[in-house]
Design a protein around this ligand. Structure first.
Ligand SMILES: *[C@@H]1O[C@H](CO)[C@@H](O)[C@H](O)[C@H]1NC(C)=O
Ligand SMILES: *[C@@H]1O[C@H](CO)[C@@H](O)[C@H](O)[C@H]1NC(C)=O
Ligand SMILES: *[C@@H]1O[C@H](CO)[C@@H](O)[C@H](O)[C@H]1NC(C)=O
Ligand SMILES: *[C@@H]1O[C@H](CO)[C@@H](O)[C@H](O)[C@H]1NC(C)=O
Ligand SMILES: *[C@@H]1O[C@H](CO)[C@@H](O)[C@H](O)[C@H]1NC(C)=O
Ligand SMILES: *[C@@H]1O[C@H](CO)[C@@H](O)[C@H](O)[C@H]1NC(C)=O
Length: 340
């Protein structure tokens, strides 16, 4: 680090420390927006959260304020701060949260004694970009009023007991680029409209451990995923639309489904490092270009593949026979079957 940068940092630190000293605590308390503080007091009472109210509300545990864009307004709440300490205390989703108009982030995670549903008041939060309601065993369908949260970029609803379909309105949230609906009991097909989301190089889609069926929509061909996990569903058909030389996918897990297509024709992108297609009905042979990849995880076991395992890259050195076994007629190292 340059001396100038170090000086600037020290200066900023000094200014920060002196601001702490100069302002008496009463004026600090006034920093917190009065409306937001009133709403937080309601949430505190509702969930019995032991917030220390003598400091300004932006400093209450799990509460954050973005001082730049909306000074003194509450922009984030992370309830796990409280849940970690009291994991078994009964909880529900506080209705009043919809009255914190500048909220951009809500993390409501890991609570074993949750009951009830998500109130529709949340739909009022027009600046909300990140919504994480996970590990609470939430039941019912994915609420339709989430569709009104047009600013969302990040939606995580994993480790719940959600039922019903993946809603097609997800595609109408223009900047959504992280969707995690894994570990639920969702049924039906993957909506084709999802492919209309902006093809964003950072797209992450996690739908594993559900009961999804049908085909992966052809509209996904325009997508450039960063990570995609469709494992442990009942999906079938072709997946070649996800591949191609110009994709930049890093991780792809489609294991434990009923996919059925010819692997020989796949154009595996150079970026791929984690590839699990085990437990499907995939046929053909392993493309020779696989040896050009820098694979850290590779598993094609329990399929219907045939032919010689390409020799080279880290296919032999990186993975043992279990990455290849239980196929129709694969041969060559690391399998103990010589090619005829
Ligand atoms: C959940 O909260 C209720 C009400 O306080 C309590 O009786 C029950 O023991 C709690 N459940 C667990 C698993 O701690
Ligand atoms: C959710 O329910 C399962 C049982 O179906 C239980 O094992 C798990 O601990 C529950 N999770 C939470 C966070 O309560
Ligand atoms: C989506 O992102 C773009 C670019 O960052 C931004 O201009 C636009 O306002 C965002 N749309 C919504 C609905 O948040
Ligand atoms: C990738 O190539 C296909 C056809 O080869 C093309 O339709 C698509 O637009 C390309 N995608 C990107 C991100 O360049
Ligand atoms: C590949 O997957 C199979 C089936 O799940 C598993 O038994 C095996 O240990 C895995 N091998 C590797 C190298 O990942
Ligand atoms: C491979 O084959 C040889 C010779 O048939 C045998 O001795 C060895 O146990 C086999 N190894 C495995 C891992 O199956």
């Amino acid at each position: 680090m340059s001396t100038a940068a170090t000086c600037t940092r020290h200066l900023l630190l000094l200014l920060f420390l002196s601001s702490l000293l100069v302002h008496p605590s009463s004026s600090k308390e006034e920093n917190c927006n009065k409306d937001d503080r009133r709403v937080l007091m309601k949430i505190k009472k509702d969930l019995d959260i032991p917030w220390t109210t003598s400091v300004e509300c932006c400093e209450w545990g799990g509460v954050s304020c973005d001082s730049d864009v909306h000074p003194h307004r509450v922009t984030g709440i992370a309830f796990q701060y409280f849940f970690q300490r009291y994991p078994n205390s009964p909880s529900h989703f506080p209705e009043a949260i919809g009255d914190l108009p500048y909220l951009t982030e809500i993390y409501f995670r890991k609570q074993s004694n949750f009951s009830g549903s998500i109130p529709s008041s949340i739909a009022k939060l027009k600046y909300l970009t990140a919504l994480d309601i996970s590990w609470i065993n939430l039941t019912g369908n994915i609420p339709d009023f989430f569709g009104q949260l047009k600013s969302l970029t990040y939606l995580r609803l994993s480790f719940n007991k959600l039922t019903g379909p993946i809603p097609s309105w997800l595609s109408q949230i223009p900047n959504l680029s992280f969707i995690d609906l894994s570990r639920n009991m969702l049924t039906g097909t993957i909506p084709a409209s999802l492919g209309n989301l902006k093809a964003n190089d950072q797209f992450q889609l996690y739908l594993s451990h559900n009961q999804l069926s049908g085909h992966v929509p052809d509209s996904f061909s325009g997508f450039n995923f960063f990570e995609i996990d469709l494992s442990r569903n009942m999906l079938q058909g072709d997946l070649s639309m996800l591949f191609g030389h110009n994709k930049t996918v890093l991780t792809m897990d489609v294991s434990r489904n009923m996919f059925e297509f010819d692997m020989s024709k796949l154009q595996l992108p150079k970026s791929l490092t984690h590839f699990d297609i085990s437990h499907n009905k995939i046929y053909g042979s392993i493309p020779r270009a696989t040896i050009d990849l820098e694979l850290q995880f590779f598993n094609v076991s329990y399929n219907r593949l045939c032919g010689k395992i390409p020799q080279g890259g880290n296919l032999q050195t990186g993975f043992d026979y279990s990455a290849f076994f239980h196929n129709l007629c694969l041969c060559g190292a690391p399998l103990n079957v010589t090619c005829k």
